[in-house]
Write a protein that binds this ligand. Sequence first.
Ligand SMILES: [Zn+2]
Length: 298
Amino acid sequence: MSCGRPVITVDVEDWPQSTWDRNLPVTARAAENMIRLMGILNEAGVKVTLFVLGKFAECFPDVVRALSEQGHEIASHGYGHVEIFRQSREEFREDVVRSKEILEEITGVPVRGYRAPDFSILRNSLWAFDVLADSGFEFDSSVVPIRHPRYGIPDWPREPTRVHLPGQRSILEFPLATYRVFGKNWPIGGGGYFRLLPGVIARRLARRSMLSVPFVFYCHPYEFDPWEFGEIGLEIPLRVRLHQGLGRGRFEARFRRFVSEFGGRRMLDLIQQAVQYTDLELKAVAPGSGFELMSRGV
Ligand SMILES: [Zn+2]
């Protein structure tokens, strides 16, 4: 038994703007990296879901249009890459609606999905689901069900979830892939773990994980660019360069091996299947304030 091919997702953004300083402009390097990655995806024959940052789309609409025309799913990564918990509800609404409108204007295709900057849907920002559903999003893929100092909701289910909201509304959540062992969930869907774990181990854990839950993989165009930190015109501390740059040199080969072994698909392909969803209910604690998470029907 297997839950099928992994869903391959890419957060389309520029490293300096999205990670180092949100006020920097998005550079041409981001577009060049995305165009290279587009070639790799084409060679592999894989269609993916791209969570595109609004600021990137504004600068490079032709790249976004080409990706959409090639059959990739265009979803939203918000507009400015500010973590949700740093925004008010109104600021967040403006950010996601703005990004959705920019992307739909470019591609002519409705945007259905969202991923938060730095996976910033946490226990104290669960209200984001409410805003996303109200803004016309059908799914989200921002929750990492792990314990981590900066992100994650450790007791969130590892499998696809239907989040029920007040007023008969709901939104689907597809958490990033994890592996459960020693009573804990470990993130194996991408990022540093995928860059630093030996490839054979990363694939073995992925294969096992796919037996029980759909696998959501994520990466960024800049992870395919090992030259960035040698050429970047910014003062970046060595610690950050190492943390963010290690493993980039082998990322492309590793990614190619992963998709040649497992294949890949878009989130919309997974949604079209008869997916088993775990039901969760979000209840408003008080009007206009936070939300509390409840399991439904238990
Ligand atoms: Zn991002």
